[in-house]
Write a protein that binds this ligand. Sequence first.
Ligand code: ATP
Ligand code: MG
Length: 388
Amino acid sequence: MSQAYICHYSEIGLKGKNRHFFEKQLIQNIRKALKRVFPDERMQILNLSKRIVITFERELDDTLASSALKDVFGIVNFGAARIIPSKIEEMEHTCLDLFKNKQFETFAIRAKRADKNFPLISTEINSRLGSKVVERFSKKVNLSNPDVTCHVEVDNEQTYIFIDKKKGVGGLPVEVSGKVLVLLSGGFDSPVAAYYAMKRGAYCEFIHFHSYPYTQKASQDKVKDLAGVLNKYQFKSRLYMAPFAETQKDVVFKCPDKYRIIMYRRFMMRIAERLALQKGIKAIVTGESLGQVASQTLENIGVVEETVTLPVLRPLIGMDKSEIIDMARVIGTHDISKLPHDDVCTRFMPRHPVIRAELTKVKEAEKELDIEALVERDLQEIEVVDVG
Ligand code: ATP
Ligand code: MG
């Protein structure tokens, strides 16, 4: 027996003339997600008036298929469906068959007609099928909070019928919004920030600054593992590993210690922007949340951002740390982020980092450094790691 899935999307249906572009990307992403779990299966994916229908030639493991579809951005809900001819008798028969294996006391039938030529309107289909279920199983109709709902979607010749609609992640298909460069540290925040950028259709590349050999190699592996988990949502990823120890040394030796963190950040931004411009990337993403730590006051965020002209997106700006950690659990980065990590910024940590930096003073202190030469050298030393 063949197997089908129906996926519904919402927002991308609202995009006017761009709709086709969004749908095409969503279909591509669905194909990649399913190919990952079923590399050898043939599948057909059709875009049929506001729903995407995937058909496999044989019955497959529903848990695997659902685990792939539940993480594809753009899908609002989906379900494993039977495809039957658009005939009321077939609908009745299949509906009873679907309910047969279910434990339920109350139920609802929800029919939708994409084909307005079908002789019965939706409410008539609902009551025809509903009365059959009542008759056969002696159960009650409950339209507001049923135990089980049977969805019947009538297209031209075919009808899709399914129960157990599953919730998708929503958002927009990865890639429709263009590329961003995520500053990925080993902590909890930046991977979650990347997830939210992807959720709004951004394709993420990652840059990580490390101080090897002064920090451990394991910290770099940790960041690679994080990028590997995030790859699940966008299928292939690129991680730029940027050696930062030499620049850090310059900052430590030549500038007042209270400005260290701000200066590291300013260098990270400059290098990230330079790389982004080379790669046609249109924005930078960080895991900052307002007021979370000293470097994330409005003043310090402003002083750091002043180094770049590309937009800097901060998807976590309004989230509490506990909310971010909960989300890290949901997306699968939590257990990696929690591992010990020696971060560039905790090296030579000043005892009293400035909380509200003044730009003029920071710029004055930076005069001791050959900024252009440092940025240029760090850029040259970036290593590229392809993930997935
Ligand atoms: P995270 O949990 O992401 O490490 P954090 O709460 O530790 O964040 P900071 O360390 O102040 O916050 O970093 C703020 C943001 O700066 C990070 O979310 C990340 O986007 C970026 N960042 C910090 N350190 C690095 C690094 N070594 N490499 C790349 N980006 C970094
Ligand atoms: Mg950090």
